[in-house]
Design a protein around this ligand. Structure first.
Ligand code: VGL
Ligand code: ZN
Length: 208
């Protein structure tokens, strides 16, 4: 058994005070820190939303669009986000309290301005891989626990891709280690993950 913990986008941008704040986003930090220090995992991986300033998911790049409007990006429906997690800015940094010293691998994503990448594994159009699935395979990972921000976007698409792209890996969601953008979206996201074969668990179940 090789167990990995995948921390999704625990960045300033998704925490209160950030550019795309998730309600109580910072509440996942102590959960992550306890798991990082628990010795329950052989490997700790973190993803980082890492957009160029002209990223096409930003409302600012579309004439007449406001944040949270629906729009289009490269011909596909796309939520128009506020500018967030721009490469090299404080908004893109990990939350300052996150214990990053024990992170074995950082997967950046969302660098192509023409396509969004909610999943830490591949772009939304499923064309370009990030490299994370290859890294986990090469390390012989057999169990992957996922938590972070936001439940209804990057956590959901990362978990769905994990079961799809790593069929031999047991994938679990640590529900109390996640916060979402939209309450209804969170319910639907958890149901979609469960249907896809993701086990929904809680950090209190994790000991070692
Ligand atoms: C995310 C919206 C846009 C996320 C990233 O991390 O869930 N959501 N970019
Ligand atoms: Zn983003």
């Amino acid at each position: 058994m090789t167990k990995a913990l995948l921390l999704i986008d625990i960045q300033n941008g998704f925490c209160p005070g950030g550019n795309l704040p998730v309600a109580e986003g910072d509440a996942v930090v102590p959960v992550a820190n306890r798991l990082i220090e628990s010795r329950a995992y052989d490997l700790i991986v973190a993803s980082q939303d890492w957009h160029p300033a002209n990223h096409g998911s930003f409302a600012s790049q579309h004439e007449g669009k406001m944040p949270f409007d629906m729009g289009e990006l490269s011909g596909q429906p796309q939520v128009m986000w506020p500018d967030h997690c721009v490469q090299g800015t404080a908004d893109a940094e990990f939350h300052p309290d996150l214990k990053t010293a024990h992170i074995d691998y950082i997967q950046r994503k969302g660098e192509n301005p023409a396509v969004d990448s909610y999943s830490a594994f591949r772009d939304n159009d499923k064309a370009a891989l990030t490299g994370l699935s290859g890294w986990l395979k090469q390390k012989g990972v057999t169990a992957l626990d996922i938590m972070g921000l936001a439940t209804d976007y990057c956590v959901k698409f990362s978990a769905l891709d994990a079961v799809d792209m790593l069929p031999d890996v047991k994938v679990r969601l640590i529900a109390d280690g996640c916060r979402g953008i939209d309450a209804k979206g969170v319910e639907e996201a958890i149901e979609a993950m469960r249907r896809a074969g993701v086990e929904i668990t809680d950090s209190s179940m994790i000991t070692a």
